[in-house]
Design a protein around this ligand. Structure first.
Ligand SMILES: [Zn+2]
Length: 287
């Protein structure tokens, strides 16, 4: 099945496909092990920094290898590419989905580049995600409340969203309805689910993604899926688990130098997080 067919199935059956970022091979192994254990489709994604580190061709090859070996659908998404050039790296490497994030650009410029990305990507049958209200925060652990971060800009206007997807032809919209990137020490992430539903009603033939999925209460995520979300992005919680568990394992095994022995327990902990997310997203046993 193609990425479009998977998103259509998710929308029809009201589940979401988790889009998990890969910053290294260990995270990759954890995600695919979780998808395999849960019999779930999964999206592997790389931000510009991660794409540079892992290299686009490697990410695609690893995804195809694991998909074949484990018999699970693994889609590959280019996450938050900020220019046409960055998008082309993913298109040429054979990614399945391309997220062009023009939200830091002027609206008109964003529209123009998004149209070009759509033309290039659709020629190859790829899915394009667009964004115009810059989703705040970053994939880190922040101190304070998410409320401060999410109040920085107004939430997505449903009419503007309708215009954006119509003019650009993007398939997925990354809307802002209270979601912010990262995990906040005081919590405070609160989704405007009525707004999400209104945005969704304006674009019945399109898909909606939830960025900044880390740190949002499971019940809210489930409700967001009920109201139209079919892709949820997760990064920070995996990064956090990697770092904390790696420190733990190194502390407990000061003499161990075989990397794969150090890394397996770290992978196991990240896998648990991904499996828990898959349960929340309702994508288990959908293969
Ligand atoms: Zn994001």
């Amino acid at each position: 099945m193609t990425a479009r067919e998977w998103l259509e199935k998710a929308k029809r059956e009201k589940f979401a496909i988790g889009a998990f970022n890969v910053g290294n091979l260990e995270t990759f192994k954890a995600i695919v092990a979780a998808a395999h254990a849960k019999k779930s489709p999964v999206i592997i994604e790389s931000s510009p920094g991660e794409t540079e580190w892992m290299e686009a061709d490697n990410i695609v090859d690893l995804a195809r290898n694991y998909s074949k070996d484990l018999g699970i659908p693994i889609l590959v998404n280019l996450d938050h590419a900020e220019s046409l050039e960055q998008c082309q790296i993913g298109i040429e490497a054979g990614y399945d989905l391309i997220h062009f994030d023009g939200s830091k650009l002027a609206f008109e410029e964003n529209l123009e580049i998004a149209k070009k990305v759509v033309a290039l990507a659709h020629q190859k049958g790829l899915i394009v995600e667009g964004e115009f209200d810059h989703i705040q925060g970053s994939s880190e652990v922040h101190s304070g409340s998410a409320k401060v971060e999410s109040a920085k800009i107004p939430m997505t206007d449903p009419n503007k969203a309708e215009q954006f997807v119509k003019v650009t032809g993007v398939d997925i919209l990354a809307a802002f309805f209270g979601n912010v990137h990262g995990v906040f020490s005081e919590g405070g992430e609160d989704l405007d689910l009525d707004r999400l539903e209104e945005i969704s009603s304006k674009m019945p033939d399109k898909f909606l993604s939830l960025h900044g999925g880390s740190g949002i209460a499971d019940e809210q995520v489930k409700e967001a899926i009920e109201r139209g979300i079919t892709k949820v992005n997760i990064n920070t919680e995996m990064r956090q688990a990697f770092r904390e568990n790696m420190e733990n394992v190194l502390d407990k095994n000061p003499d161990e130098i075989a990397m794969y022995k150090i890394e397996q327990p770290v992978i196991d902990e990240i896998q648990k997080i991904v499996e828990q997310k898959i349960d929340v997203f309702g994508s288990a046993n959908k293969i």
